[in-house]
Ligand binder design. Structure first.
Ligand SMILES: NC(=O)c1ccc[n+]([C@@H]2O[C@H](COP(=O)([O-])OP(=O)(O)OC[C@H]3O[C@@H](n4cnc5c(N)ncnc54)[C@H](OP(=O)(O)O)[C@@H]3O)[C@@H](O)[C@H]2O)c1
Length: 266
C-alpha cells in the first residue's frame, strides 16, 4: 500500500451531506484534495461546499442517489469532465434500522443492503477504469465495528457491514494488481445523523444515547490513514476494545449481547 501526497488528489465522497462524509470532505479540503460531494440533499451539499471553500479547496456538488445507476454514472462523468480523473473513491453513504429480525419486513433488509452494500460495490466497479488512470488511487470503504461483531436489533445493518468487510478484503488483493489500494474504515459509535434517518425503529436500543466520538475525529483518522496507505482503521477506542473482547472471549460477549436483548425486549 502506497503512502500518498494528498494535495491535488481528486475524490468522490458519497454521503457527503452529513456526519462522517461531511467531516471527511472538509478535512480533505483542508489537505488540498478536490472533492466531488455526492448525496441526495442539494441544500445540505451546498452548505458543505461552502465549508470546503472556507477550508481551502472548494468542492463540487453532484446531487443523486447512490442506488440509482444513472446518478452514479453522472457522478463519474462529472469527475472525468470537471476534475480530469479520479484518485480516491470514498464509499461512505449509509443507513440503518432498529428492530428485531423476526418482526422485520424483508424490505428493510433489502433497502439497507441496496444503500450500504450494493451501491458501494456497483459504484466501485464503475469507477475502476477511472481509478486505474489516477494518481496513487485508493478505494475507501466506510464499514463499521459492527462489520466485525454483530449486536442485537440491528441485524440488517450488521450483515451489510460484514459484507463490506469481506468484500473489501477480496477487493484489496484483486485491485493491488492494478495499483489501486483499499482502505477499510470501521468506526464505532460516532456523533452523526444516522439515528435520525432510520428505515424503521421498533426497539429502543439499550446503548442508544451512548456518547460517541465526533465525525471530525473519524475524518481526521481517515485522512491520516489514506496518506499512510493503511489497510484498516478502527477510529474509536471503545469500539476497538469491543473487537479485542470479541476476539478473546466471544462466548462472554454473546452472553452480554443476550442480556442487552432481554433488557430491550421488555
Ligand atoms: N454514526 C455511527 O455511529 C457510525 C458507526 C459506524 C459506521 N458508520 C457509517 O458511517 C457512514 C456515514 O454515516 P453517518 O454516521 O455519518 O450518518 P449520517 O449523518 O446519517 O450521514 C449519512 C449520509 O449518507 C447519505 N445517504 C443516505 N442514503 C443515501 C442514498 N440513497 N444516496 C446518497 N446518499 C445517501 C446521506 O445523505 P442524503 O440524505 O442527503 O442523501 C448522508 O450524507 C455510514 O456508512 C455508516 O454506516 C456510522
Amino acid at each position: 500500500m502506497a503512502r500518498r501526497e494528498l494535495k491535488g488528489l481528486r475524490a468522490i465522497v458519497t454521503g457527503a451531506s452529513a456526519g462522517i462524509g461531511r467531516a471527511m470532505a472538509i478535512e480533505m479540503a483542508r489537505a488540498g484534495v478536490r472533492c466531488l460531494l455526492f448525496a441526495r440533499r442539494q441544500e445540505r451539499l451546498d452548505e458543505v461546499r461552502e465549508a470546503t471553500r472556507q477550508a481551502g479547496t472548494e468542492a463540487s456538488v453532484v446531487v443523486g442517489d447512490v442506488t440509482n445507476a444513472a446518478d452514479r454514472a453522472a457522478c463519474l462523468e462529472f469527475a472525468q469532465r470537471e476534475l480530469g480523473g479520479l484518485d480516491l473513491l470514498v464509499n461512505n453513504a449509509g443507513i440503518s434500522a432498529g428492530g428485531d429480525f423476526a418482526g422485520e419486513s424483508p424490505d428493510v433488509l433489502r433497502k439497507i443492503f441496496e444503500v450500504n452494500f450494493f451501491a458501494a460495490t456497483e459504484l466501485t466497479r464503475e469507477a475502476i477504469p477511472l481509478l486505474r488512470t489516477g494518481r496513487t488511487p485508493m478505494v475507501v470503504n466506510v464499514g463499521s465495528i459492527l462489520g466485525h461483531r454483530g449486536i442485537p436489533f440491528t441485524s440488517a445493518y450488521c450483515a451489510s457491514k460484514f459484507a463490506i468487510t469481506g468484500w473489501s478484503q477480496s477487493l484489496r488483493a484483486e485491485l493491488s494488481t492494478m495499483g489501486i489500494d483499499v482502505l477499510l474504515v470501521s468506526p464505532g459509535t460516532t456523533e452523526s445523523e444516522l439515528a435520525d434517518h432510520l428505515v424503521e425503529q421498533r426497539v429502543k436500543l439499550p446503548w442508544a444515547g451512548m456518547k460517541g466520538v465526533t465525525a471530525e475525529y473519524v475524518a481526521r483518522a481517515t485522512i491520516k490513514a489514506i496518506a499512510r496507505g493503511s489497510h484498516e482503521i478502527v477510529p474509536n477506542w471503545r469500539g476497538w476494545w469491543m473487537l479485542v473482547a470479541n476476539r478473546m472471549a466471544p462466548t462472554l460477549l454473546d452472553k452480554v449481547m443476550a442480556k442487552f436483548a432481554r433488557r430491550a425486549g421488555r
